[in-house]
Design a binder for this molecule. Structure first.
Ligand SMILES: Nc1ncnc2c1ncn2[C@@H]1O[C@H](COP(=O)(O)OP(=O)(O)OP(=O)(O)O)[C@@H](O)[C@H]1O
Ligand SMILES: [Mg+2]
Length: 312
């Protein structure tokens, strides 16, 4: 530990002075992001690739919002794969607190040590039990401490309570964590951070201000077709095209829950398993439950399909 209590050597002002020491660029260009992601089967458009590129260059977290199943979580995982980084994931839920997000002391182990060393003075014991050996690191601290490249995924951040969101903001502003008994832990390198949200609640202005914003919507026809071809082994181009078109037309209906990309893929896989080379209206109707999860939505889509013999 250095004299100011930091556990690692990077000066704090290098990281929090506006233009942080973000390290060498991970990507040469926006096109490089796009082709890298395609190499790990994630098909990004220019909007997605552009934000990832900037996030790296500006060392800013990305707040990714959009409907369910459109590839928000998968984006962070894929960026980790492309950049050869370790993926550290903080899965958010209501009630997640500092002890699960940042760190906590291993009380059981501390108690055992106190019992085992009953003869020692409290000063000696205290120094001992509040040391690294007794620290349980949680994802945020893990990401800060890591000496290897990291992608930090804070998944479903909208489920956090406001006070935990404030804690997160603090960590993402300073890239340092203060542990009273140990000192300040400063980041070796700024991780690439992705926060995903389904927008079940508004996030604080302060958090939004800190992040680059990326909205991932349903892909356009061509990209969804490519996603199907990439992710569904053995599918023909013609069937992938047909699936993408039908899903697209179903999404235009007034539905409780429009089919997501993951449901499109499930449907495409189902059709391949059933040995269907080209979907007719009856086959589509019989398998709609893979795509839609509400009775009323299925009925609405059935009516639509009945009226369109060859969907376009
Ligand atoms: N651009 C894409 N390229 C390749 N696959 C994709 C893409 N977008 C989505 N997928 C596929 O869709 C699946 C679902 O994506 P993911 O779990 O990332 O969705 P999400 O947006 O995080 O959803 P949720 O809001 O429900 O958590 C992925 O596992 C992947 O197979
Ligand atoms: Mg997700």
């Amino acid at each position: 530990m250095s004299s100011d209590g930091s556990l690692v050597g990077t000066p704090a002002d290098a990281i929090s002075s506006g233009f942080p020491e973000a390290g060498p660029p991970r990507f040469a260009s926006i096109g490089d992001v796009r082709s890298g992601l395609a190499g790990v089967d994630y098909l990004a458009d220019d909007g997605i690739s552009g934000v990832v590129y900037l996030a790296d260059r500006l060392a800013k977290p990305v707040l990714v919002e959009g409907p369910a199943g459109t590839g928000k979580t998968e984006l962070a995982k894929s960026v980790a794969r492309v950049t050869g980084s370790r993926l550290i994931r903080l899965q958010c839920y209501e009630g997640l607190d500092e002890s699960k997000a940042l760190y906590e002391w291993n009380y059981k182990k501390q108690l055992l040590r106190i019992q085992a060393d009953a003869g020692r003075s409290w000063e000696q014991l205290e120094e001992d039990i509040f040391s690294e050996d007794f620290l349980l690191t949680r994802p945020l601290l893990e990401a800060i401490r890591s000496t290897e490249p990291v992608v930090l995924l804070v998944d479903e951040v909208d489920r956090l309570e406001l006070e935990t969101e404030a804690l997160l903001l603090e960590v993402l502003s300073e890239y340092q964590v203060s542990i009273p008994e140990l000192g300040t832990v400063r980041a070796h390198q700024i991780p690439l951070v992705f926060l995903t949200s389904n927008a079940t609640r508004e996030l604080s202005e302060a958090l939004k201000r800190r992040c680059l914003y990326l909205h991932i919507d349903y892909p356009d026809l061509e990209r969804e077709r490519s996603i199907i071809e990439t992710r569904v082994p053995g599918i023909s181009q013609a069937l992938a095209d047909q699936v993408a078109r039908i899903v697209r037309s179903i999404r235009t209906l007034e539905l409780k829950k429009a089919p997501s990309v993951s449901e499109t893929l499930d449907w495409a896989r189902t059709l391949v398993v059933l040995g269907i080379a080209s979907v007719d209206v009856d086959q589509a109707r019989d398998t709609l439950h893979i795509l839609l999860k509400y009775r009323s939505d299925i009925e609405r889509a059935e009516k639509e399909l009945a009226g369109v013999e060859s969907p376009d």
